[in-house]
Design a protein around this ligand. Structure first.
Ligand code: SF4
Length: 72
């Protein structure tokens, strides 16, 4: 039986996020910032061609508040 892959989305922990804005600099295709510098994430699943950039942005988050999560 073939395993079905759930799409991967960006998620942010609003408590952990310190509004550094680094994620927006690294992944402007999927992240914008609100007026206080907190990230506004695209609702759509991370496209395949941006997955490496998304992983890099999550790894670079100073507070590890940005995560990649597989969900429907
Ligand atoms: S890099 Fe991390 S702490 Fe900074 S705005 Fe993005 S999610 Fe928040």
């Amino acid at each position: 039986m073939k395993a079905t892959r759930k799409p991967t989305h960006l998620r942010v922990d609003p408590i952990g996020c310190r509004a550094h804005g680094l994620c927006q600099e690294l992944l402007p295709e999927l992240v914008s910032l609100d007026e206080w510098g907190y990230p506004l994430l695209a609702e759509k699943a991370i496209p395949r061609d941006l997955m490496a950039h998304a992983r890099r942005a999550a790894a670079a988050c100073p507070t590890l508040a940005l995560r990649l999560r597989k969900e429907d």
